[in-house]
Design a protein around this ligand. Sequence first.
Ligand code: NAG
Length: 285
Amino acid sequence: MACTTCKGFYVGMVLGIVMISSMVASCSANFFQDTEITWGGDRGKIFNGGQLLSLSLDKFSGSGFQTKKQFLFGRIDMDIKLVSGNSAGTVTTFYLSSQGPNHDEIDFEFLGNVSGDPYILHTNVFSQGKGNREQQFYLWFDPTRNFHRYSIVWKPQHIIFMVDDIPIRVFENEEAKGVPFPNKQAMRMYSSLWNADDWATRGGLVKTDWSNAPFTAYYRNFKATDLSLSSSKSFSDSQVQSNELDANGRRRVRWAQKYFMIYNYCTDLNRFPQGLPPECKRSRF
Ligand SMILES: *[C@@H]1O[C@H](CO)[C@@H](O)[C@H](O)[C@H]1NC(C)=O
C-alpha cells in the first residue's frame, strides 16, 4: 500500500513474484502525493516534481511533514542531508508514530552540534505509551556533507534501525518476557526540524546561534514498503532477507555498537536502580 505511485501493484500480484519484486524495488514515493507538510507553513518545501523536500527552522518556527497513509508493519527508507555548519541546538527527527494516549513510536533524532563537532544520532522505541529505551550513536561520516540513508524496518518479530543499510540497533519482540511490542497500532512516518537548545547539544549547554538561521535539512528517495502480514508474502527472498538479520547483519550491529554507540539505556544502572528493563537481560545487543 505504501508505494502509492505503484499503480500496478495488485494487478502485478497475479503475474508472479518476479514482477512484483521488481516493481516494489523501483518504487520511490513522491513527496507531493504521499506526504503533507503539516507544520511551519512555507518553511517546508517540495521541489523537483516531488523528488526533493526541505524543512527549515528560524527564530519563529520549525517545520514538519508526515505521510498521508498509515500502515501496520513496514520498511521506511529516507535519504537525509542534515543541517550543516553550526547546527547546535537544532533537532531533526525522522520517526514512525501511532496516535492517542498509549501510542507506539520508533524514533531517529539527530542532535545538531557546533561546526566540526559530531551530531548525535538518538534512537528510541515506545510501546503503549512507554519509551525510556534510548540508544545514542556517533556517525562514521559527516551527515551534513551528503545524503545518507536512514531506515526503519518494523516487523512483527523485530524492529531494525539502519544507517546506509548497516543495521545499528535491533529491538526484538519479547512479548513472551512481558515486554510490550508495537504491533497493534498503525503508524505514520513523521519528520520535523525544530529548536531544542534546552537539551540537544551537550545536554543544553550550547544554545542555537540564530545568526545562522534559517537552518535547513533536505530529504529525498523516500520509500515506504508495506510489510503487513498479508503483503509480505509477495516479497522476493532477497527483500525478505534484507529485513532480517543474518550472521553478517548481527556482526554489523556489533561493529556499530562497539565503535559508535555512546549511550545505551541497557547499561545505565544508575537510571534503573530497581533493575534493568527485562528486554536488557539477555539481549545480545
Ligand atoms: C557535540 O560535541 C561535543 C564535543 O565534542 C560532544 O561531547 C557531543 O557529544 C556532541 N554532540 C552533541 C549533540 O552534543
